[in-house]
Design a protein around this ligand. Sequence first.
Ligand SMILES: Cc1cc2nc3c(=O)[nH]c(=O)nc-3n(C[C@H](O)[C@H](O)[C@H](O)COP(=O)(O)O)c2cc1C
Length: 154
Amino acid sequence: METLVVFYSRSGSTKKIGEEIAKTLNADIDEIIDRKDRSGIKGLFTGPIDILLDKHTKIESKKNPLEYDLVIIGTPVWLGTMTPAIKTYLADNDFNRVAFFCTYGSTPGRTFNEMEKSTRKPEAVLGIVKKEIEKDETKENIKNFSDRVIKESI
Ligand SMILES: Cc1cc2nc3c(=O)[nH]c(=O)nc-3n(C[C@H](O)[C@H](O)[C@H](O)COP(=O)(O)O)c2cc1C
């Protein structure tokens, strides 16, 4: 089964989880680039403003998700939902099967519900609190999530 892990990450946490999932599943990776500058203090405001205004952004991606049986899509949680980059990616693409993951400071909020509304029902979801990324328990959760997506997708 061909699997692709897609993620957007502003400060590296979602990227770290995405790379770990890809390693576990021997999957390809596509890191989404947001062409709008989200760095620094200014970046802390432009993302939430775009979310509040329900705006899409300009993104760069490299792989065609329809060439994969399963696409695992990851986002940081911003303002209780997915980032503008992932919102745009989901609106621009079609998928065979999907699974979702996110990293967050305190709660995943509406993220998975809204990702599902933008695409389809996920095979599995995984939410990780940023401060627990380095814990052994997180590695175990990634392993369980990876086993689950494979089992559900066969
Ligand atoms: C603009 C912005 C908004 C955020 N909003 C939330 C939020 O609503 N809820 C939450 O639990 N964490 C929130 N966070 C924390 C991030 O979701 C968390 O730090 C995440 O792990 C960052 O992922 P990254 O390192 O891949 O960018 C926010 C962070 C930023 C920068």
